[in-house]
Structure formats: C-alpha cells, structure tokens
Design a protein around this ligand. Sequence first.
Ligand SMILES: [Zn+2]
Length: 346
Amino acid sequence: MEIEKILEQIKKDIESVETINKLNEIKIKYMSKNGIITELNNGIKDIKNEDKREYGIKLNEIKNLFNALYENKLNEINLEEINKRLENESIDITLPSTNIPMGSPNILEKIIEEIEELLMSMGYDVVDGPEIEEDKYNFELLNLPKGHPARDAQDTFYIKDEELLLRSQTSPVQARVMLEGKGENPIRIICPGKTYRRDDDDATHSHQFMQIEGLLIEKDVSLSDLKGTFDVIAKNLFGQDCETRFRPSYYPFTEPSVEIDISCFNCQGKGCNICKNTGWITVAGAGMVHPNVLKNCGYDPSIWKGFAFGFGAERLAMLKYGINDIRTFYMTDLRETKIFNRKDVD
Ligand SMILES: [Zn+2]
C-alpha cells in the first residue's frame, strides 16, 4: 500500500473542495462501498498474517486523517455559508426608515370615552339604547305630547306612520332606564350614541350626530348639583381655568331648563372669533327633570328629583380640536383625520 501517496491524495482532494456537494463526492470516492478506503479495508484478508498488524495501523491512520480533514472541511464550509447569509441579511441602518402609516383613534370616540371615563368615576353607568325608536320613548314619555312642534315631520325621520322613528335624541334611553327603575331605584347614567334629525347638512348641521346625555335621579338633588357636576366635566375637557355659567332656557323635558356656557378657552373671556367676542361658548343643554317626565316614567315627583344634561360630541370635538366643519367627521377623508396622530390626541 502506498500509504504516503493515498494520504497526499486525500489532503489534495479535500483541500480543493469548496461546496458541500463536492465534499460529498469526495466522501463517496473514499468511503462508499467501492471507495478507496473501503477497498483497502477489504484488502486486509489478502495480507500475510505477520504484516496484518502494520497494515491495520496504516489503515487506521488513513481513516483518521480522512475523518479529521472531512470534519474540518465540513465545518469550514458551514461557517462560510452562515457568514455569507449574515452578510446578505445584514440591515443597513444608514437607510432612511420606511414610513409605516399609523391609525388614529376616532376623535368623536375619543371625546365620548373621555366623558364616559370621567362620569364613571363619579358613579355613572354607560347605557345603550335602540336607534330605531318608538314615538312613546322618543317623545310621549318625555313630555312631548302629540302636536308638539318638536315632533314635526320636518325635523324627525319617521319610519312608520308616526309610531316608529330614528331617535332624534338619546333621551329615550333615559325613559327606558327610568321605567326599569320602577320608581324605586336612584339612577346615574350617561347614554352616548347616534341621533338623527332632518337637518340640511352644512358646516354646523348634520342629519346624524352623536349625543351624550346624562341623567341623575335621587331623592335629594338640586340645580347646584348639576352645576357642580358640569363644572367638573368642563374643567376636565377644557382645562382647570374653565368656568361654567347657566342661562335660562326652555326644554319640554326639564323645568327649570338651562343652557350651559363655558368660559372661552381660547381667549380666556377677553373675546375672540370662537366665542363671537362674548367670552362664553354654549356647550350643553340641561335642567331639572320635569315632574311630568318623572311621573310618566314611574317616579313620584314629590319624592324623587333629578337633573339631565346633554351635549353634542361633534360640537365638543370641533371646539376642542379646532375643526370648523361638522361634515369632516363623516366624509372619511383621510387627510382630515390624519391631522390627529396618536400623540396629539392622547
Ligand atoms: Zn374667545
């Protein structure tokens, strides 16, 4: 056996290899059934007994060398592969970043959530109700009997005769909750939701808008409680310097009724465009629940009292975020909504 020659050949063969496939071919050349080393192994039977030991030692030397070189080469090729892949996959941090568009919370939803959270912290429950409503809940129980001008078909979307309509306010939810209270349980609720009126859409009117109404029924409650409650709401929405004032007004379902103004957050009362130079901005309607409404909904007005308030989410959002067209909220124009990124709104 020309052992030196074979050792040299193995070294040469393995050294020149650069790929796994080639390395496998070398393995076949030496170690397969008809491979060089296998045949040397098989040849041992033809060796004279006295030479067998030496032959075996040489054969082992060849096998060990082959295995060692083979393992080394295999590791080398694998390492190279990994390095090559890492190089290809490396991130070039000097490249400008990709602009990933981010969604923003809906402004109306944001305002509503803010008010919900605040009022829940004051013990109010958030209640939902149907948008297709019966005349009874939308008008009748709320002291708006048949013939009342607010029921006019020009103002309300009637669906079936004068019995079924798209609710023109969220107050029917209040009527439903009062009826459930059976004249026995105190009530603290807010009911935010969509309402519908037959308005011609323009910058300040929309046939659909979001109302947020609150109702509190207790045995001992007065107009000053309403003032205190709304003062907290206004300060939370528009800052701690925000002041509130009540102006007498008229609503069929409250007596006395008030309109609630807040001091102008833009000019701090000095007068500007937003407050039309009055220093005050009207944001809500409110009042003490009318005795007829209490009675209609099962509460004895000689025992129970209550206050109710309501405002439009769009109006609050328009004031708070300087939006000057109510249609912005419903036109799904991404350019408008994109102005508010998460950071601004949060
Ligand atoms: Zn102002």
